[in-house]
Design a binder for this molecule. Sequence first.
Ligand SMILES: [Zn+2]
Length: 126
Amino acid sequence: MDKGRLDYFRQKLLDELRRHTENVRENQATALEMVAIDDGVKDTVDMSLHDVNQEIALRLGERESQNVADVDQALMRIDEGSYGICVRCEKLIDERRLEALPTARYDAQCQSIIEASQDTDEHATL
Ligand SMILES: [Zn+2]
């Protein structure tokens, strides 16, 4: 991939990183807010609802953290010069695929092979 395209995808990834970081911060703020609200109300029903909400916020935070890690790794691959190359078969990943999924590590073919093998994993005996 030429430098112009790499810069383009780097910018895309950085935008994504910013968006995810903001989501994480929002989720944490939401979780903290719910803890703060807790002061006034000590009703058991409200408490359990509060726990559920907090749990959801924390899980969303976890998912966002995973997204941030994916973007981080993609940025690292740009620096290493391995960005846009399938880590499984080492073929170039279609740029339209990267356009839709800038953190893609596999080309479409390998992705579907991996997904298919994951489906049967529980039955597989190695
Ligand atoms: Zn591949």
